[in-house]
Write a protein that binds this ligand. Sequence first.
Ligand code: ARG
Length: 122
Amino acid sequence: YLTKIKKRSYLIVGMSADYAPLEFHATVKGQDTIVGADVRVAQKIANDMGVKLQIKELGFDALIGAMNTGKVDMVISGMSETPEREKQVLFSEPYMYEEQAMVIRKADEKKYKGIMDFNGKT
Ligand code: ARG
């Protein structure tokens, strides 16, 4: 497979460019371009392989299918590893961790000390 990529001289990376700051559309020098942290990662991988980068923009739900039909060489699209996806493709070691939290008013600090304080209140 590596030989195939090197022979065609570009790496095809699938992305759904609707997920800033990882991959999103931006106007660069008057031109619509896909930019973001994942694009930088993809470019670095292509550079290390000594090939050019081709980004193939697909809907997020189409990415795994595109992998498995050989339309893209790899997917870099802020994709988290889930048991369902794990059955279909191989995931690298995570390169980014994100954490989301619930947000409440400062004034309610005493009211909610832990998750159980929300019990019956939503
Ligand atoms: N991390 C989430 C997931 O894997 C959302 C990823 C969305 N990525 C995107 N390029 N739209 O489901």
